[in-house]
Every structure is written in C-alpha cells, then in structure tokens.
Design a protein around this ligand. Structure first.
Ligand code: SUG
Length: 444
C-alpha cells in the first residue's frame, strides 16, 4: 500500500492581528501593535498550501477557531448581548479581549501531536490536541481543536482522538512543534523524537532563566503513553535552555526532521551525542544528521530567518525539498547556507521560498502553519475529502477570503462588535465548504 505524509495547514482566521501576546516569541513581541492584513495573511497561507498540492503532495486544511471567543469572555464574567460583552471587556480588561481575539489556531503545528498507525500498538493514527497552557490566548484552543480534528479525521476505524492533557503547567504541551518522527519510510515503524523544554517534577534539571519552557518532559511522556508507542520507538531529548532564552520557544524553531533526515542547529539540544546514539540504535537504519554550526548561522539569524521552521518534504520522485520563508532569502548568512546545503550530497536537493510574512510577524513560519499526518492510502480515503486541497477548493477558499476578510486590522479594531458578526458569518460558510458540521457549537 502507498504511504504519504500529508500536511494540514491552518487557515488564517479573520481576526489575525498583532497584539504581542507571546512572551518569549521575539517576533510577536517586536511587531506588537502594528496593523495586520488578515486577507493577505490568509492568501499567503493558501498559496503555500496549493503549491505543495501542485508538487504532488497530499495537502489538507484545518478550519480556524471562532474569535472573538465570547464563550471564554462570558466564562470570566462579561455578560449581556454579544456586543455588550465585547464592549465591557474592551473597557475593563483590554488584555483579556486581545487574548480572546488571537487567530493563533492558524499555527497547526501546535494543534496536536500525531502518531501514525505504523508506530502505534492498535494500528490507528492517534491525535492528542495540545493544551497550550503556557499562554492564555492559546490555552482556549484545545477543545475546539479536538472538534475540528474529529470532523476532519472522522473515522473511528482509522483515527483515535484523545482529550488534551490536564490543564496544568506540569503538563505543558505544545503539540507537534516539539515532536518529529524519523523513519526509513512513512509506512514503516519509526522513532518519535519528543523534545521538551523542562522537567516539571525534577527541580534539579536544567531550565531557561528568562523565557518559559513551554513543553514538559511529563507531557511528552503522557502523549507517548496515550499513543500506545513502544519504548523502543521513542526518544526524549531536552532542548538547550540557553536557546529558549534567545527566542527559540518551540523546537521547530531550531530543528526539523523528515524520514531519515534530522536538520538541526548544533546548539539545539542538551546531551546531543548520547541522544543521537540512542536514535541511531532505535532506528536501526541510516540517519542523516545535518548539523548547522554557529559559525555558519548564529542563533540570532536562525530565529530571525526561521531557517529551521522550514518544511522538509519528500517529493513524489523521492528527492527532498525545503519549503522556506522568503525571510531566509533576505538573510545573507542563511541564504548562503541554503545555497550550499543543496550541493552537499544530502537527500535535500532543492529549496522553495514562500512569502508568509503576515504569519512570520507573529513568529509563525511555514512549519508552524502545518500539521503533519503520515497515512496510508486507506487512511487518506477515510479523511473528510472536503478538506483536501485541489484547484476547486483553492478557488472556493480564495473567493471566501475575498468576501469576508478585512485588509487591515489594528488592536483597537478588536473592540468593534461588527468583527464577531463578520467572523461568525465567514465561519458558518466555511463549515459548509469543508462539510465540518457544528465544530463551534459548544462556544455558543
Ligand atoms: O504560540 N504566536 C504563536 C506562534 C506559534 C508558532 N508555532 C510554532 N513554532 N510551531 C505562539 O507564540 C502570537 C499571537 C499574538 O501575539 O497575537 C502567537 O501566538
């Protein structure tokens, strides 16, 4: 049976804005209060997704969440009509309104951790939505994420959906952004690499000083248990706390893997040599560790350009390509490195650049915008086919964006009661396009 790695990109929601909500994420902080362009953001994302479909990849989309999140605003005591709730929150607690307006569900690398059926004891594809407890604006995502995933991967025979982990800092979980799967072939059992920022229960273990470590070892272990993974197919590795303090808030800002390739910065991990030996031993087949040294690319350049927030994809002809943000072309050290990389004789032979600047300004590159799901042909057939990208869906989604999205949004605009009407109208139409059913129901 044929095996694929599908990418499910998060559609950018109509409230995409820059409110500077993510402490430890340099781009989010430094672009705070700029005007955003939700229409351009959504179209940039669609162009990337369509380009991958055109390259012969299996490409899907995941619906955004409803924002402003009136369910949460009511839950914390704002009452009245919808527009009164928004008006009171804007007056009394603007920071809470901003948190309830973020379009952060677009970064579907943080939607969930996914283990393909080749790795799991029951032979199903397992999904655990990330609880995202480190940031208020993200901690309100997991229940709806679970509904959207169930409506997209809607077949109990092939897909197993878990509830997100307990909502406590000990179980801080950021999903696939801190998880990479290495394998010789997508359909063969692989090694799932769980990267954590700190241990919640071992107070002697290293941790960052300045910025939060969003993922705990305990959360990664819980996901591995839930997904029925064998010990022989898991490796837990700690992210270097020094790089978290330099703005590497997720592992996918400093390393990325695909099949038998791990592309990483030399400062990415702790205890690198011993852990790589464990990976080699558990893989039991060749692994290409492509190391980028600090001399070649500094941590600062990696964080600014998002060199490691690239997608490494295997093209239908077996070669690998890197999907990079145009920011990598604009950074001389990174551009020089990428030009050299494709000549080194590794499986990576080409680089394709995409402008996803609207997302980048909030700290989300090409890899943040996608959730990877390795599947066989039968599993792909079991996916909600209305979410799979093709010429028809691309046209429909662009028309939908043109009809509903604004081309400028400031933080002050978040208090506009018209925004919730626009947002609901557009998402009602989207759930019909993608045939999702009532995924936002509980929020009402
Ligand atoms: O969680 N930015 C996101 C970016 C997530 C990137 N994802 C991965 N690296 N996989 C975050 O920090 C900013 C939102 C704002 O400020 O409105 C934000 O949430």
């Amino acid at each position: 049976m044929k095996q694929f790695e599908a990418n499910f990109d998060g559609l950018v929601g109509p409230t995409h804005n820059y409110a500077g909500l993510s402490f430890g994420n340099v781009a989010s902080y430094s672009n705070a209060a700029q005007a955003s362009n939700p229409k351009a953001a959504a179209k940039q994302g669609l162009l990337k997704a369509k380009a991958l479909a055109d390259l012969g990849m299996v490409q899907g989309v995941l619906a955004p969440q409803e924002r402003p999140d009136l369910y949460t605003l009511r839950r914390i005591g704002f009452s009245g009509t919808d527009s009164e709730v928004i008006q009171k929150a804007a007056e009394q607690a603007p920071a809470l309104l901003n948190a309830c307006c973020s379009a952060s569900s677009m970064w579907t690398a943080n939607a969930a951790t996914v283990s393909p059926s080749a790795d799991t004891r029951d032979g199903k594809v397992h999904f655990t939505p990330a609880n995202l407890v480190d940031k208020l604006h993200r901690s309100i995502e997991p229940l709806t994420t679970g509904s959207i995933l169930k409506a997209t991967f809607n077949n109990d025979r092939h897909f197993k959906h878990h509830l997100h982990l307990p909502e406590h800092a000990n179980f801080g979980d950021e999903g696939a952004a801190n998880h990479t799967r290495l394998c010789s072939d997508y359909g063969k059992a692989g090694v799932e690499l769980f990267v954590y920022g700190q241990s919640a229960t071992n107070s002697n273990a290293p941790k960052p000083n300045k910025y939060p470590a969003r993922q705990t070892l305990e959360a990664s272990q819980a996901v591995a248990r839930l997904h029925q993974l064998e010990d022989e197919s898991c490796v837990f590795i700690q992210q270097n706390p020094d790089v978290i303090d330099q703005g590497v808030f997720h592992n996918d800002v400093i390393s990325v893997g695909n099949q038998n390739v791990l592309f990483y910065h030399e400062q990415a991990f702790l205890n690198t040599e011993a852990k790589f030996a464990e990976i080699r031993q558990k893989m039991n087949s060749e692994v290409h560790f492509i190391k980028v040294s600090t001399n070649q690319v500094s941590i600062d350049d990696a964080v600014k350009s998002y060199l490691f927030n690239t997608q490494i994809i295997t093209l239908p002809n077996g070669e690998m390509a890197i999907i990079a943000p145009t920011n990598c072309q604009e950074n001389p050290a990174v551009f020089a490195y990428l030009n050299q990389l494709v000549t080194l004789g590794t499986p990576i032979t080409q680089v394709k650049y995409f402008d996803v600047k609207q997302s980048m300004q909030n700290g989300g590159g090409p890899a943040c915008l996608r959730l990877r799901v390795a599947m066989n042909e039968l599993e792909i057939e079991a996916v909600n086919q209305h979410t799979i990208m093709n010429d028809g869906l691309f046209t429909r989604l662009n028309t939908w964006v043109d009809k509903h999205y604004r081309d400028s949004l400031t933080v002050a605009d978040l208090a506009d009661p018209q925004l919730i009407i626009e947002s609901r109208t557009s998402l009602d139409e989207l759930t019909q396009i993608l045939k999702l059913g009532s995924v936002y129901q509980f929020q009402k």
